[in-house]
Design a protein around this ligand. Structure first.
Ligand code: FAD
Ligand code: DHB
Length: 395
């Protein structure tokens, strides 16, 4: 026997997309339940993205989620492209009429959202198991799951699939009802968090014949560094000393750049792929965030795209559930996909320009350097990068 209860919107997944959706719906008087497979400490400690677009920051602040973000977020008005041992600054704010990015770890966004949901009495269940979706093509869909050793059924008006790339929501859609576009890349990122002061005030995207490297940060005491590796690599072939040596080599400049080093407190290899599910809706199931699309991390877009989906979905669901206006939900997928494909292109372009090509193809290497020189010398080309990086308004 399952314990049965009802809500307006059943949300699968308590990552940034699911938590923010619950928060935005509650502010418009819509009831929801968020079901998260992992524990609260696990979700809040999972190190992932760190770059928030201007539009993401504006949305979080406008919805009372900006207090710690305002205090601890690091506003960056430029970034560096480094190649052939020379750094070139792209002045993001100057090229985009004052727009900037904010460095603020995803786990802080998740912790802020979790606090806000729980403080508002929101329904948020951690460590749920055996989640399955039912009758999504009817007007009475439901979610079955296990929690605290018991079976549960959550009856909903709508289900939001916010359970990321490895979730169950996307697979609940019958084969043939959606088209899935996929591009796999022949490389991965090894990411570390290190207790070392950042070696530069701004992010450094570094092209090197041994492979891409990225310098980022989380605070004045914590560096976040990534390097391109082989997707088949396991962490045990990357002891800390090898990582530092590789990073030193790739970031080296002609004028003697020094990389600050310190204890590695987190280490992970992430494969890189581009995926889009079209449409992002089937019956009463709406997909949002990584459940609907994944981008390679080179453009720092995954989290921002998830936030954009949820902004659109929350408005559309509130209109529909509160007053029966269905134009918004009818256009949900189309509206999101416009930005999804723009961002897919930008992420693919940054990835292709900066990573060591498969087989070290010398022709492609020459093309990359030609493109990097163009992007750093032409104001028009630099503006293209800048406006995509900070987030195009309205696209
Ligand atoms: P997620 O954050 O994946 O959240 C989905 C949630 O659903 C998770 O909490 C998961 O535990 C839960 N879940 C899964 N299955 C179920 C289930 N069956 N039932 C209930 N809950 C379930 N983006 C960047 O911009 N820059 C980066 O550097 C970067 N690094 C990344 C590193 C890694 C390892 C990964 C996986 C992603 C990274 N991303 C990065 C992408 C970015 O983190 C994602 O785009 C963002 O997390 C999307 O948010 P989301 O809420 O859609 O999905
Ligand atoms: C970070 C991650 C990215 O994918 C990126 O492009 C820039 C920064 C980060 O984790 O700080």
């Amino acid at each position: 026997m399952s314990a049965v209860r009802s809500t307006q919107v059943g949300i699968v997944g308590g990552g940034p997309a699911g938590l923010l959706l619950g928060h935005l719906l509650a502010r418009q008087g819509i009831d929801s339940v968020v079901l998260e497979a992992r524990s609260r400490p696990y979700v809040e400690q999972r190190v992932r993205a760190g770059v928030l677009e201007q539009g993401t920051v504006d949305l979080l602040k406008a919805n009372d989620l900006g207090e710690r973000l305002q205090r601890e977020g690091l506003v960056h008005e430029g970034l560096e492209l480094r190649f052939d041992g020379i750094g070139h600054r792209i002045p993001l704010a100057e090229l985009t009429g004052g727009r900037a990015i904010t460095v603020y770890g995803q786990q802080k966004v998740v912790a802020d959202l979790t606090d806000a949901r729980l403080a508002a009495g929101g329904d948020l269940l951690f460590e749920v198991g055996d989640v399955s979706l039912h009758a999504i093509d009817s007007d009475a869909p439901s979610i079955h799951f296990r929690h605290d050793g018991a079976d549960h059924e959550l009856r909903c008006e709508v289900i939001a699939g916010c359970d990321g790339y490895h979730g169950v929501s996307r697979d609940a859609i019958p084969a043939g009802a959606v088209q899935v576009y996929v591009r796999e890349y022949p490389f991965a990122w090894l990411g570390i968090l290190a207790e070392a002061p950042p070696s530069s005030e701004e992010l450094i995207y570094c092209h090197h014949e041994r492979g891409f490297a990225l310098h980022s940060l989380r605070s004045p005491e914590l560096s976040r560094l990534y390097l391109q590796c082989d997707p088949s690599d396991e962490l045990d072939v990357w002891p800390d000393e090898r990582i530092w040596e590789e990073l030193r080599t790739r970031f080296a400049t002609r004028d003697g750049f020094t990389l600050n080093e310190g204890p590695v407190v987190d280490k992970l290899i992430t494969p890189m792929r581009s995926v889009v599910v079209e449409p992002m809706q089937y019956g009463r199931l709406f997909l949002a965030g990584d459940a609907a699309h994944t981008v390679p991390p080179t453009g720092a877009k995954g989290l921002n795209l998830a936030v954009n989906d949820v902004r659109i979905l929350a408005g559309a669901l509130a209109d529909w559930l509160a007053s029966g206006a269905s134009e918004g939900i009818a256009r949900y997928s189309e509206q999101c996909l416009e930005k999804v494909w723009r961002v897919q292109h930008f992420s693919w372009w940054m990835t292709s320009m900066l990573h060591r090509p498969a087989g070290r193809d010398p022709f492609e290497h020459k093309l990359q350097r030609a493109q990097l020189r163009y992007v750093t010398r032409s104001r028009a080309a630099a503006t293209t990068l800048a406006e995509n990086y900070v987030g195009l308004a309205g696209a």
